[in-house]
Structure formats: structure tokens, C-alpha cells
Design a protein around this ligand. Structure first.
Ligand code: GYE
Length: 323
């Protein structure tokens, strides 16, 4: 038995040496100073928020001399999976992924890991059984954003009123979490009720369409709109005006993102409040990529902090807004 182990030893040492050589090669591949090639799988261009995020990624990559491979998935997970596979085939140094929905990523993330390519998640999270499948997530706390919106509305309505909800893309982290946080606070206010709730897919056009249907069904029964993003609130404003009602007065509106158009709508008195969600993720995303390729381990969630803005502060802050 002992003899057999002894005779295996030289072979095992050979395997160890081969492993060390592979690790060393990986280290050479990602040495500082070398131009990094990074694949970015973006969801699409559904909102002003997302356009700002894309722009932040592109300009930060250019600033740092990163060779950025950009892919727009037109809101489809299958396109994102294809893009990730293409990035793996091209042997990029890292992949940045803004995942459209939370589930269904495990197989492709395993493929990236097998190829030794780190994945940085930006803006939306994923549900996976093994968190080591991604290096870090850089995103806001969407549950907290939902709570902030609900607290603002509860105070404004003195705890009484019917709310309609425009949800984001079904199955996406911001839609699920913004609903969850909002409902959590609503549970403390029995006089506040969500009487209708439907997805407007984070777009202005769908927000308008769904709000038209809500107004048809409920009319003056609606005291407030909670929209999971500004674009849908802006669409809802159009529907409310078309129905002969005054947005911001007859029906209050609170939404999330804090894009420039939301500040303009607040100044015009049509939107009441926006909870900021910062899309300028280029700098933290490339900081993360650079640290990971240099061998550092990052926290699993790098939290982006946000604040609440309502009509009373909008005129003073609009000029300082960066997106
Ligand atoms: O709020 C919305 C969008 O994932 C945080 O996606 C992002 C959301 C953002 O299109 O406008």
C-alpha cells in the first residue's frame, strides 16, 4: 500500500506543478499595465436611466483605455446569454453583466467560471445557488427604494388613499424588490391600498398604456401612482392629463430613478417625488474589474446609496444632476 503511494508521488507532483504553471499563466494574462478587454452585456435602452448607465460605461472605458465590447440585448435574456458566450469565445479579461431578470443564469455563469473569466454584476442582481459564480454586484438597494417611496407617500396622503402601481419588467430584481419594500411599509398603514398593479416594463409608452386602463377602470378612485421608474410615471402623467385630470394634484405620483426629466416634471408640478437610483456605474464597475484582475477579492454587494427628492427641492438641485 505504502509502496503504491510512493510510486504515485512523482506523478502527483507533476500534476501540482502543472496546476501552478496554469495559475502563473493566468496571472501573466491579467498583469497590470496590459490593455484590458471587457465585455458588457447591457439589457437594452428601455429608459433614460439605462441610457445614462450605458453612457457611463462607455465613457469610463474610453477614459481608462479599456477595450469595451458592448452588446445590447433588446430586453431579452437569451440575447444576453448569447453575448456572454461570445465574450467567453473571445477570451475577454472580464464580463460586466446587467441581468434583465433574476433567474436562469447559472449555466452560463458556470461556463464563464470554467473559462476563468470573472463576472461583475451591475445594477440588477441574480438568484444563484452558488454566489461564487460572480465576483461582486454593484447596485442600489431596491427594497429600500420601495420603502422610501412608500414612506413619502404615506406621509403625503396622511395614511389614507388608493394607489395604483406600475411595476417594472416582470422577474427583474428592481421590480420584485421595489414592490416588496413598498408593500412592507404599506402594511403599517391600513388606510393605504394598492387597488391595481401591473407591469409597464419600465417604459414610458407602456406606463401610459397601463395607466389609461387603470383610469378607465377606477377613474377618480385613484389618489396616487407608485411607478417603479420615472419613465413609467412620465407616461402615466400623459394618461392622467388626457383623462382631464391634473397629475401631481388630483393624482399624486411617486417614482424611482431621479432622471433629469423627472426633475423637470417636478418643477412643472406634475410629478411629486422621485427616489434616486444612481445609474453612473462606469467608475465603480471598472474599479471592480481592475481590482479583480489584480487578484483582490471584493465584497459580494457594493451598495450604491440614493436619496429622496420631492417638488420642494427640485428647482434647487436640478442643475447639479448628472443624468
Ligand atoms: O430603475 C429602470 C430601468 O435596473 C435599476 O432599470 C435598473 C432599472 C431602472 O430601466 O429605469
Amino acid at each position: 500500500m505504502l509502496g503504491a503511494t510512493r510510486s504515485l508521488l512523482p506523478g502527483m507532483i507533476g500534476v501540482w506543478l502543472a496546476c501552478i504553471a496554469t495559475f502563473a499563466q493566468d496571472a501573466i494574462k491579467t498583469q497590470p499595465g496590459k490593455t484590458l478587454t471587457v465585455g458588457f452585456s447591457q439589457i437594452g435602452a428601455e429608459s433614460a436611466w439605462r441610457t445614462a448607465e450605458t453612457e457611463s460605461m462607455r465613457s469610463e472605458a474610453a477614459k481608462r483605455g479599456v477595450n469595451l465590447k458592448f452588446s445590447d440585448a433588446q430586453q431579452k435574456q437569451e440575447n444576453q446569454i448569447k453575448a456572454i458566450r461570445a465574450f467567453i469565445a473571445q477570451k475577454v479579461d472580464a464580463i460586466i453583466l446587467a441581468p434583465v431578470v433574476e433567474t436562469g443564469w447559472e449555466p452560463v455563469l458556470r461556463e464563464a467560471r470554467k473559462a476563468g473569466i470573472p463576472v461583475v454584476l451591475v445594477d440588477r442582481g441574480v438568484k444563484v445557488s452558488d454566489e461564487s459564480l460572480y465576483a461582486t454586484l454593484i447596485a442600489s438597494d431596491f427594497v429600500e427604494e420601495g420603502r422610501l417611496a412608500a414612506r413619502w407617500l404615506a406621509e403625503k396622503l396622511s395614511g389614507q388613499g388608493n394607489i395604483v402601481e406600475l411595476q417594472g419588467t416582470p422577474g427583474s430584481a428592481p421590480a420584485l424588490d421595489r414592490k416588496k419594500g413598498f408593500e412592507e411599509v404599506l402594511a403599517e398603514h391600513p388606510g393605504l391600498k394598492i387597488i391595481k398593479s401591473q407591469s409597464g416594463d419600465f417604459t414610458r409608452a407602456k406606463g401610459k398604456e397601463v395607466m389609461e386602463a387603470f383610469l378607465k377602470a377606477e377613474g377618480k378612485n385613484i389618489q396616487a401612482v407608485y411607478a417603479h421608474n420615472d419613465d413609467m410615471a412620465l407616461g402615466a402623467i400623459q394618461a392622467i392629463e388626457a383623462a382631464g385630470l391634473a397629475p401631481g394634484k388630483d393624482i399624486l405620483l411617486v417614482s424611482i430613478d431621479g432622471v433629469r426629466a423627472a426633475f423637470e416634471a417636478m418643477i412643472a408640478g406634475k410629478l411629486n417625488c422621485t427616489v434616486e437610483c444612481n445609474p453612473l456605474l462606469g467608475p465603480p464597475a471598472f474599479d471592480a474589474v481592475e481590482k479583480i484582475v489584480a487578484g483582490q477579492t471584493l465584497p459580494k454587494w457594493i451598495k450604491v446609496t440614493d436619496q429622496v427628492f420631492d417638488q420642494s427641492v427640485a428647482p434647487d438641485v436640478i442643475e447639479s444632476r448628472k443624468y
